[in-house]
Structure formats: C-alpha cells, structure tokens
Design a protein around this ligand. Structure first.
Ligand SMILES: [Zn+2]
Length: 245
C-alpha cells in the first residue's frame, strides 16, 4: 500500500507532512530532540513515518483536540494538549469507530510554556477560536508560527465548541506582541506556508463580520449542516453560524 504521508521540507530542520491531503503535521528537529506538531488521522503509523526523517527522541504536541490532529497519538507514548481541549479529544476518541487503539496519555500545556528541543525552544501561545484550547507554537529559529486550525484558509468557527467571533478577534489581537518574531504561518492543512500578513486580513474579516452581522453572506454546507462564509481575499473565509456573533 502506498504511504499516505508526503514530505515537504521547509528548511531550518522543519518537515511538513501532508496526510493524503486531509491534514498536515510537522516535524521540527532540535539539537537533542525532535518535535511532532499534531498527529493527523491515525490511518498509518505516524511514528514510523517520522522515523524516516529523524532518529532523535520525540516530543508530541497537539495544537487542539480534533480527530484529524490527535488520532495518530495512538502511535506515541504521550502528547501535550491544552487542558481546555481534553473533553473534545476524549469525545472524539470515544466515538472513533474502526480502530480501537487507545489514545496515549495527555500532558497539559499552557500558554507561555516552552518546548525545549535542546536549545531550540518553541513557545506556546493561546489562540482560542476554532476550539477553546487551541495553541500556536512560535519557533524563533525559523520565524515560523505553527497554527493548527486556529488560522486556516477556511477557518471553521461554526462548531458547537468554537468560541464567539469576538473571542477569536481578541485572541488575534493578543498576538500583537509576538508579531515581529515570525514571517510565516504553518497551518494544520495544506502543503505550504502562508505569509504572516494573512493575520491582518483575518482580523479585518472578523471585525467586518461583527460590524455587519454577516448580512448577505452566502451559505455553505459541511458534514454537520449549514453555515455561512464571511469571505476575505480569493479563497479565504471565516465559516460561522449566527450564534457566534
Ligand atoms: Zn480542527
């Protein structure tokens, strides 16, 4: 069977791993350890995939609790996930039909904590919105912010556990003190990075959505029902339900 994982080297010891076009995770190599950011869908042995890249001891970090970012935890010994997202993680594992494998134990990680790979340090930063406990990771060495789904080209804010649009906007504004430290965003889906000025356009979109109430926005469907797109740029939108306003 062909491997699902496709590697895209991003320089500075970072490899983007695309899981069959469904979700994206990253390996960041430090002097002593390597960091796995998200574990995708769990449909193939991610640890074996990562071993094609590095032999270093591994640290596993989940940006948030969604299945396409945590189901591969079953191949590892433990993973960091912000405690606010543990109920989401637990609920999805409880529903998981096919693969009865148990999730690895979770360790809490809070905004302001650092992951130290032996000199190369990544800083956890809160970005509530898509989920209440979503965290970004800032890598100063490569000037990259790993965002999970907290920033995404179609930003899913329509989920029951997604926050209000105002909370999302507050989270984005709280990133301001860090803005001089990164140039690119490494998101939870896709095969390339995104220039950091995406954040300005996303903020403007959120502000506009709050101001206008999304009047005239077109509907779109997803597997859970119907929501609205508040669009910015060619292919970007905040996907939301009216109760988030
Ligand atoms: Zn997600």
């Amino acid at each position: 069977m062909q491997q699902r994982a496709v590697f895209y080297p991003l320089g500075e010891g970072i490899t983007l791993i695309d899981d069959a076009g469904e979700a994206t995770c990253y390996v960041v190599e430090g002097p002593e350890k390597a960091l796995v950011i998200d574990t995708v869908n769990g449909k193939e042995d991610l640890k074996a995939v990562v071993r094609q890249i590095t032999d270093k001891p591994l640290v596993v970090f989940n940006t948030h609790g969604h299945p396409d970012h945590v189901f591969g935890n079953v191949f590892f010994e433990e993973a960091y996930l912000n405690k606010k997202d543990w109920p989401i993680h637990d609920a999805f594992f409880a529903q998981q039909p096919e693969n009865g494998a148990k999730p690895c134990p979770l360790k809490d990680v809070q905004p302001g904590d650092t992951i130290d790979l032996g000199g190369r340090k990544l800083l956890a930063i809160a970005l509530a919105g898509h989920t209440p406990g979503s965290l970004c990771l800032l890598d100063d060495q490569s000037r990259t912010l790993f965002t999970g789904d907290s920033m995404c080209h179609t930003l899913w804010m329509q989920l029951d556990h997604s926050t209000s649009i105002q909370t999302l906007l507050d989270s984005l504004n709280a990133l301001d003190p860090y803005r001089q430290r990164f140039d690119r965003l490494a998101m939870g889906h896709g095969t390339q990075t995104t220039p950091a000025d995406y954040i300005d356009r996303l903020k403007a979109c959120a502000e506009d959505l709050i101001r206008t109430g999304g009047e005239g926005d077109e509907q779109g469907s997803w597997f859970g029902g119907v929501a609205y797109h508040h669009r910015f740029g060619e292919n970007d939108s905040i996907f939301y339900t009216k109760d988030k306003l």
